[in-house]
Design a protein around this ligand. Structure first.
Ligand SMILES: N[C@@H](CCC(=O)N[C@@H](CS)C(=O)NCC(=O)O)C(=O)O
Length: 202
């Protein structure tokens, strides 16, 4: 098995954290999909990372499919609850956290275009998704210790990777002061080796 990923992708980070939490050995092949020498289109027609290449040469993408697969193949540290109602709630947390990352990544890419090509309306639309998304995460977390139920799960991993990506690319978004409960969760997650070992690197 091999994981193809960039070191800045929050989706890839989610997968790397899951691999570590579940003690699954998997070499990492760094591929930056924006670079001319990227080979990711050979393994994912969408040209996106992360991609998991299995031992038989078949491939899995995207990150949500990969983490579900990994949680299924190893019973160690279950991250998606067996009970369907809880599992679907965990997937909802993941969808919201990933969706915030989608909006943030769009803004990051838009800002890289020539100033005259950038659309401020498009950026504002994405900013509103981030604002509403963070508010919703904070409301749903409330005073709970973990995002879903009484224990650490994929929901916390997805939210932690999302908040880490905002810190990495958008230091101007002051989510920590607006949402102290999310800051508490992020600080607790940062102490886990799987999080500490995968902090985004430029
Ligand atoms: N929904 C996908 C998103 C993956 C994604 O957008 N990855 C970015 C890197 S953060 C990428 O590879 N972008 C290249 C492109 O869009 O061409 C997932 O969860 O894996």
């Amino acid at each position: 098995m091999k994981l193809i990923a960039s070191l800045t992708s929050p989706y890839a980070r989610k997968v790397r954290i899951v691999l570590q939490e579940k003690r699954i050995e998997c070499p990492l092949a760094v591929d930056i999909p924006w670079n001319a020498d990227s080979k990711v289109v050979d393994v994912n027609p969408l040209g996106k990372v992360p991609v998991l290449v299995l031992d038989d040469g078949s491939t899995l993408f995207d990150s949500r499919v990969i983490v579900e697969y990994l949680d299924h193949v190893s019973p160690v540290a279950k991250l998606i609850p067996n009970d369907y109602r809880h599992a679907i709630q965990v997937k909802r947390w993941e969808a919201l956290a990933d969706g915030i990352c989608d909006a943030a990544a769009i803004i990051f890419l838009e800002r890289k275009r020539m100033p005259e090509q950038q659309s401020q309306d498009w950026i504002k639309r994405q900013e509103a998704k981030i604002t509403r998304g963070l508010q919703s995460l904070a409301e749903d977390l409330g005073e709970n210790s973990w995002c879903n139920g009484e224990s650490y799960s994929l929901a916390d991993i997805a939210v932690g990777a999302c908040l880490g990506y905002l810190d990495f690319r958008f230091a101007e978004i002051t989510w920590r002061s607006s949402y102290p409960n999310l800051a508490r969760l992020a600080d607790k997650l940062a102490q886990r080796p799987a999080f500490a070992d995968t902090v985004p690197q430029a």
